[in-house]
Ligand binder design. Structure first.
Ligand code: ZN
Length: 498
């Protein structure tokens, strides 16, 4: 057996252990009874220890170097790319000392409980000591991982390989003023009516319709399945078994319908990795930003487009005649695209979403460098929120305490959500250039052209290319916010008559 094959075999063990853990995690959130909690924690801890030990063992390092000598690390073929990505993952995984990993795990498990209580009490002071500890650990982690310019680079790099804080800051700064301007113009215009979406929609009928939609879009139910979960997510146990989850609200049509399209967007990306990559470290999405670009593209740019509803709306009306018979396509299209600045990020529409992220990105950096202290954070949050959205959160639960991420030690993660929106617009613009009839096809319920383009240009590569490399290959440039801003302006100027 060659060194490269020996490496693949070892990494396939790592992938299998991770996939088995994913099965248990999926079951935990979709089917496990409450009594299973402790046993499940024990099983998951064992699997994560085994996969970490297998991956970070010296034997893996030895095989990596032998394989690198054998197949090289240059060029775009699978083998050198496999070695390069595995080397980067290995370097990341072996940089953090065991004591640090243990201290981090302990601080975050306690952090989560403290955050839940502080948010319930709407009292940031309860969470402040914990957050101070977590910021300190984030700084230490950045030092262990290493960076050239900014400690935030090290944290960001865990989710977007090779991307720097300076790049993200420039991208955000380049479109923040346009977003603020668009939102304030929308707020000054007459509001659209979304009451047609807030009627009684029986859950079984919602499920049938949404399933039909994602199947038509191309989510493959021979290699995927759908279940109900409180916090929707997508997970995969390999290229040929991808699970999506949905949450239903019988008095509001949007969460399940657009939520299922969103998760199916993630799911189609996972299902689209080349079969040869299954069971290797190259299978799956290349970064959180590119992953989010796929979910947002299908959810918002297709799923909330007028073209899409020209095809889908008669079907929706047939599924819910009592609720929608007297609602015109135009009124429905406006309702699903209502823009309403809100305090809570997860409820944000596509026009206001990136501002929520930019705010967090700026505060996270300042915390990490020490320019902002944890004690001053709530005031800094409210000041920024009022500058960007023109309103001030009435309490910490609707402000600085709203998101779980910091309590779980996740810093450097938020920017990927906003990058996803930007990349989605760039990729779709490119796809439309390649296929001028794309939106007409969508209006006919034909999605194969778009999915085929995404498969060919993005999905099949898995993790072979970083988001920057992928975007350069597809668009001939790096991440550029201009197509996203243009998309929002065109769409919302029409909807709000600006
Ligand atoms: Zn997502």
């Amino acid at each position: 057996m060659s060194h490269y094959q020996a490496l693949l075999s070892r990494l396939s063990d790592v992938a299998s252990l991770r996939e088995a853990a994913a099965v248990l995690g999926y079951d935990q959130q979709t089917a496990m009874p409450p009594g299973g909690v402790q046993g499940r924690a024990r099983q998951l801890a064992l699997l994560s220890r085994l996969s970490h030990e297998t991956f970070t063992a010296e034997e893996t390092g030895r095989l990596l170097e032998a394989a690198a000598a054998e197949v090289g690390t240059e060029g775009d073929e699978d083998a050198p790319r496999m070695v390069r990505v595995a080397r980067e993952d290995y370097a990341q995984a072996t940089k953090l000392p065991t004591e640090y990993v243990a201290a981090f795990a302990q601080a975050t498990s306690l952090g989560y409980q403290t955050w839940v209580r502080a948010r319930q009490a709407k009292d940031f002071a309860m969470f402040a000591p914990t957050l101070k500890r977590l910021v300190e650990l984030a700084r230490q982690g950045a030092d262990y991982l290493g960076y050239d310019e900014h400690p935030y680079d090290a944290l960001l790099g865990q989710y977007e390989r090779g991307m720097t804080t300076r790049q993200v800051a420039a991208i955000f700064e380049a479109h923040r003023p346009a977003l603020v301007e668009l939102i304030s113009a929308i707020q000054a215009a007459p509001q659209v009516d979304d009451s047609p979406l807030r009627q009684h929609f029986p859950i079984e009928a919602q499920k049938r319709f949404a399933t039909e939609v994602v199947q038509a879009m191309g989510f493959d139910f021979q290699r995927g399945a759908q279940a109900v979960a409180v916090h929707p997510f997508c997970t995969s146990f390999g290229v040929n078994d991808v699970r999506i989850t949905t949450r239903f609200d019988e008095n509001f049509l949007s969460p399940a319908l657009f939520g299922m399209i969103h998760e199916a967007g993630h799911g189609m990306y996972e299902q689209g990795s080349a079969q040869e990559l299954d069971g290797t470290l190259l299978a799956g999405g290349t970064s959180l930003g590119v992953h989010e670009s796929q979910s947002r593209l299908w959810e918002n740019m297709i799923g909330r487009s007028e073209s899409f509803w020209r095809w889908a709306y008669p079907k929706l009306q047939a599924a819910f005649p009592d609720q929608l018979e007297d609602v015109s396509l135009d009124a429905f299209y406006q309702a699903i695209n209502k823009v309403q600045p809100s305090f809570i990020r997860v409820e944000a529409d596509e026009a206001t979403y990136n501002l929520h992220i930019i705010l967090r990105f700026e505060l996270e950096q300042a915390l990490l460098t020490g320019d902002l202290t944890v004690d001053d954070l709530p005031q800094a949050w409210n000041d920024k929120f009022s500058a960007y959205f023109g309103m001030t959160p009435p309490d910490d639960a609707l402000g600085v305490l709203q998101d779980v991420h910091w309590s779980s030690g996740l810093m450097g993660y938020f920017p990927t959500y906003a990058l996803g929106n930007l990349l989605a617009a760039q990729y779709l613009a490119q796809a439309r250039r390649a296929m001028p009839s794309l939106m007409d096809d969508v209006a006919q319920g034909q999605f194969g052209g778009l999915l085929g383009w995404l498969r060919e240009n993005i999905h099949r590569h898995g993790r072979k290319f970083t988001s920057a490399e992928l975007t350069q290959r597809i668009c001939g440039e790096g991440i550029n916010p201009a197509p996203y801003v243009a998309y929002l302006q065109t769409k919302y100027c029409a909807i709000y008559g600006l």
